[in-house]
Design a protein around this ligand. Structure first.
Ligand code: PLP
Length: 434
């Protein structure tokens, strides 16, 4: 390995990294002997911010000490609890505070958004997604089509990568919308593709969708906390995300959604005689807060995305996210992004000598990816799985995506350049035996 790719070089990068101290704010998983594992799996489950223990314990104590009164009293009253998350979510998604809300989980939020924004009419009935979309997104979309009495076989439009390729260029999305846009009611696209790690130009996809007269919605599961976003300026119609990956909200953490201000402003704020506005599924938590507990039959929508809430939020699943978002705000997304580009680029360079055996599916250009690299090993699925298992035996935590991809994500909040080096070293030692 060249000196630029040596352990000493990696440690040198870590020594100069102004964000390096943040690693100590997270719990690092350890092996049976107490040694920290090389954790490169933040694209699946982010690490526990230590301050999350305090945030959760505060709410358990509030429950113990104040019970029902904790809804109104205590350090963070539960009725407006989701507001503790607004500033962080708005900053990370590039939204105005009124445009974001923490609620439910990703797929549930996707259904709620589709209930509002998927309005098939006349010839315009189709939903455009990527072929190979995350299974839950596809299930959500096909079930929505069926819910509207349409045949998913014909109403779903799936755009595949070109023959032999793994990624889809934005040009191909523009081309399909130029050709078939009049049939498309809604485009649902990922911000970062879960399998390849490809990041998409959201503003460009919005322009293409809107140019064709379609709604543009996004699944940001792999984007939030990973790549810089500007949903408001990009003019996206809606977006949904989960918080257990790069946002470090913990397993089953509260998800979130973005609704562009122009949509919430266009929605009727009240309904009469028990008839809900047909454009939004409603529940009492979407009702404006100051009259919610009058329990009147009439629905009065809260301002902004908060009107899409249905139920009161899971406080214990939201508390860890407060701790994590405050670290993001302190570090600043631009500084994290700068480190992310350097760290992933460093890992890519370390893998370059292995290129005869390891194909990197993720685009090379920094603005077309986040921190994840997706690796396909030459030799097929069984060899890939053997190498993956050997890496795991050496204390490397990454993941395996069927049929043949190893995903690895050095996360700038808590990963070191040394982690990237350790991964590349373990991979080069493991390949011959694989
Ligand atoms: C891209 C993507 N979409 C949807 C989901 C489903 O999320 P949830 O189980 O929170 O609905 C995931 C989960 O990992 C995901 O990665």
């Amino acid at each position: 390995m060249s000196s630029a790719g040596s352990l000493a070089a990696a440690r040198g990068h870590d020594a100069r990294d102004a964000l390096a101290p943040l690693r100590a704010r997270f719990a690092l998983p350890r092996d049976g002997g107490g040694e920290p594992l090389v954790y490169l799996c933040g694209h699946s489950l982010g690490l526990l911010p230590l301050a999350a223990l305090e945030r959760v314990n505060e709410e358990l104590a509030a429950w113990a000490d104040h019970a029902v009164q904790a809804h109104e009293h205590g350090g963070r009253p539960w009725v407006p609890y989701h507001e503790n998350l607004t500033a962080g979510l708005a900053a990370l998604s590039g939204a105005r505070p009124l445009e974001v809300v923490a609620m439910n989980s990703l797929t549930v939020n996707l259904h709620l958004m589709l209930a509002s924004f998927y309005r098939p009419q006349g010839q315009r009935t189709r939903i455009l997604i990527e072929a190979g979309a995350f299974s839950s997104d596809r299930h959500a979309v096909t079930s929505q089509l069926a819910w509207h009495g349409l045949d998913p076989q014909s109403a779903l439009l799936e755009l595949a990568p070109p023959e032999g390729g793994a990624t889809i260029h934005e040009e191909a999305i523009e081309a399909v919308l130029a050709e078939r846009g009049a049939e498309v009611a809604l485009v649902l696209w990922p911000g970062v593709q879960f399998r390849t790690g490809q990041a998409f130009d959201i503003a460009r996809i919005v322009r293409a969708a809107h140019g064709a007269g379609a709604i543009a919605g996004f699944d940001l599961a792999h984007s939030m906390g990973n790549t810089p976003l500007s949903l408001h300026d990009a003019d996206a119609d809606f977006a949904v995300w989960c918080s257990y990956k790069y946002l470090n909200g913990g397993p089953g953490a509260i998800g979130g959604c973005f609704v562009h201000q122009r949509h919430s402003e266009a929605q009727p704020r009240t309904s009469h005689g028990g008839t809900l506005p047909g454009t939004r599924l409603a529940g009492w938590w979407g009702h404006e807060q100051h009259t919610r507990f009058l329990m009147e039959p009439q629905f009065r929508a809260a301002a902004g995305a908060a009107a899409w809430q249905i139920s009161n939020p899971p406080i214990l699943a939201a508390a860890p996210l407060i701790a994590s978002l405050s670290i993001f705000l302190e570090a600043g997304m631009q500084a994290l992004r700068d480190k992310s580009i350097a760290l992933t680029g460093f890992l890519e360079e370390l893998l370059r000598p292995l290129s005869a055996e390891v194909q990197i599916l993720t685009p090379r250009e920094p603005d077309r990816r986040g921190c994840q690299l997706s690796l396909r090993l030459v030799g097929g699925e069984q060899r890939g799985k053997r190498v993956f298992d050997a890496l795991a035996a050496r204390g490397i935590v990454c993941d395996w995506r069927s049929p043949d991809i190893i995903r690895v994500a050095p996360v700038p909040l808590y990963n070191r350049f040394e982690d990237a080096w350790r991964f590349a070293q373990a991979l080069s030692e493991t390949l011959p035996a694989g």
